[in-house]
Design a protein around this ligand. Structure first.
Ligand code: SAH
Length: 394
């Protein structure tokens, strides 16, 4: 096995079992590993440190896999990790929910592998060359464990490019998913277009939060911003919201959301969907003097990295200021950030600034987080990306 030697003084993060090793921490590589090879990491004195996937093109040159020298990183090791991840989610499958994340990359000790379950279909994202190479075994194990109708590759182009991988949208096993796969989450039905939808087709990370927000919605007037295909909207209507206005810039998302209203036999007269830029639409609503009891803000990732945090904070502040202005006194703001670079304390600070600018008093009454199928590994805090606050606004 090819050996990679760590620079002197760069041991700390490895000893703390952080799964990323940046190229700058490497002193030298003994030999010429191919991208995706499993290599052995040694410190400058030649002591074993960890095994990892190598990628000479990525800033994260090594994705560390195991810190025990006795472990063999082979097919059995891989099958065991897949089995562990899948079995740890077995209690999530209920008559009310048949869609969730089965494997969450580093958090499940499989860096670069994401697998989502959509009823009888699986959608896979392969983001590292190490996992790419092992996919035949991963697929075989998933097939054995879950017997899906089909497994579809939905790998995201931009993250793959970092590892020198091409985009791959293809059937990996079984049947091509039909244009519409019907899934259920919290008893709400969705029709998912696995091949064409955003990301892997559905944001299952908001499952618990949709339920929590909906519990406040009975008899309330709700504004769902960045609605996508209606996660928050549908749960709110099902729980008796008096009306919901959904806003999203994607025509396909709005079209699918309208279909979801009838799929769930919800009263379409209580729902309006607007295809528009949220920042523009919030100003229109403000100028019209519209007010809501609950405002949901679930924007896309504004801060892709730490360096983008300042600019992103200003965008979050402006968005939340507008959201606050649209609330009746005592109304609820359910506001989220899926930027890993934005931690909860910074997010609270941003909301405090937004409150000042809006001239509002804000109480944080609940803290949202990512659900159980998106675990945060203790040695990998970067995996904690979804956070939110339920605020009462006066
Ligand atoms: N709340 C959704 C998920 C939101 S994902 C759910 O529960 O499923 C973010 C959404 O924001 C996407 O649907 C995307 O189309 C939309 N979006 C991104 N930028 C936008 C903008 N400026 N205005 C309106 N929608 C936007």
């Amino acid at each position: 096995m090819i050996e990679v030697i760590l620079k002197k003084g760069k041991e700390k993060a490895v000893l703390q079992r952080h799964p990323w090793l940046f190229s700058g921490a490497i002193e030298r590589v003994k030999g010429k590993p191919a991208n995706g090879d499993v290599v052995k990491l040694l410190n400058d004195r030649g002591d074993f440190m960890a095994y990892g996937f190598y990628n000479g093109q990525s800033r994260v040159a090594l994705r560390l896999l195991d810190w025990n020298e006795e472990t063999e990183i082979n097919e059995d090791w891989l099958r065991k990790k897949v089995r562990l991840a899948v079995s740890s989610r077995s209690n999530l499958l209920t008559p009310a929910t048949n869609t969730y994340r089965l494997i969450f990359s580093e958090a499940d000790y499989l860096p670069g592998l994401i697998v989502d379950k959509y009823a009888d279909y699986l959608a896979v994202q392969v983001l590292t060359s190490g996992i790419e190479r092992l996919m035949p075994v991963v697929i075989d194990e998933l097939d054995k464990l879950l017997k899906p109708e089909g497994i579809f590759d939905k790998s995201d182009a931009s993250s793959r490019a970092h590892e020198g991988l091409e985009t791959n949208h293809a059937v990996l096993a079984g049947k091509h998913p039909p244009e519409s796969v019907e899934v259920t989450e919290n008893g709400v039905k969705y029709s998912i277009n696995i091949a064409e939808g955003q990301k892997s087709g559905f944001y299952c990370d908001q499952r618990d939060n949709r339920d929590i927000v909906a519990k406040h919605a009975k008899g309330k007037k709700v504004l769902d911003c960045f609605s996508y295909t209606g996660g928050f909207t549908l749960n709110a209507l099902k729980n008796g919201a008096s009306s919901v206005l959904s806003v999203d810039s994607s025509a396909l998302a709005i079209d699918t959301l309208n279909k979801h209203i009838s799929l769930n036999n919800l009263d379409a007269s209580k729902h309006t969907a607007v295809q528009s830029d949220v920042n523009k639409q919030l100003r229109i609503l403000r100028d019209q003097g519209d007010k809501f009891d609950i405002v949901v803000l679930d924007p896309p990732k504004y801060a892709p990295s730490r360096s983008a945090l300042d600019k992103a904070s200003r965008a979050y502040k402006d968005l939340n200021r507008l959201g606050m202005l649209l609330l009746e006194s005592g109304g609820l703001l359910a506001t989220f950030s899926c930027s890993g670079a934005m931690d909860i304390d910074t997010f609270k600070q941003v909301l405090a600034w937004a409150a000042l600018d809006a001239g509002k008093e804000v109480q944080f009454i609940y803290q949202f987080c990512q659900p159980k199928d998106h675990p945060v590994r203790a040695s990998f805090p970067e995996g904690e990306y979804l956070k939110g606050l339920l605020c009462r606004v006066y």
